[in-house]
Design a binder for this molecule. Sequence first.
Ligand code: TYD
Length: 202
Amino acid sequence: MNSILSSFIVFEGLDGSGKSTQARLLCRNLEKKGLDAVLTAEPTDNPVGCLVRQVLRHQVDTTSQALALLYAADRSDHLFNRNYGITKLLESGKTVISDRYFYSSLSYQGVTEDRTFLARINDYPHPEFVIFVDTPAEVCMQRIDKRGEEKELFDRLDYLRKVRANFLSVFSALPAGVKYLRVDGEKTISEQEEEISSFLSL
Ligand code: TYD
């Protein structure tokens, strides 16, 4: 599916990259401009997303292929749920910002799973805008360590390095019509915020 959802903005980046901070700031800035903006995230807080989080926290054990399918199922619900789906929000005139989307599946699950299989189970529409907060894996790991929280499944330097390489390759092959910005995640929070605002002509 090469269709593009207008007014849909996706943030991507490694764990600890700072993408969630920028997604929140952008939501606030859009609201300040009078737009009706909604911030959402994957994995979601809906039933399939909760199961995904249990796997990430090592509370449920499954195969990496099953996890890839769970992320894709969570995404289908996130997009198309008749009550709260992204497509429904967009149809009602909202601007939707998602903290992660299927590029995360292609990049994280792409470390272990077959690319063709991942592309097939993630045959979802692209967003109008993709913002990649690109922070070196070493810096992300330092930030994750500083949080002092229990490590999740993918919080490993060697893994994150591979994920970053996958992100770059996925973003180099985006279809025409998807507007893409790579932000240097080592710049200050407000420098990144400025770049994102000017990219979106705010
Ligand atoms: P993350 O954005 O870090 O969520 P939170 O900030 O709420 O902890 O996402 C959780 C993890 O899931 C992260 O390691 C990336 C991973 N992930 C995938 O591997 N594939 C996917 O399709 C998605 C959406 C996330």
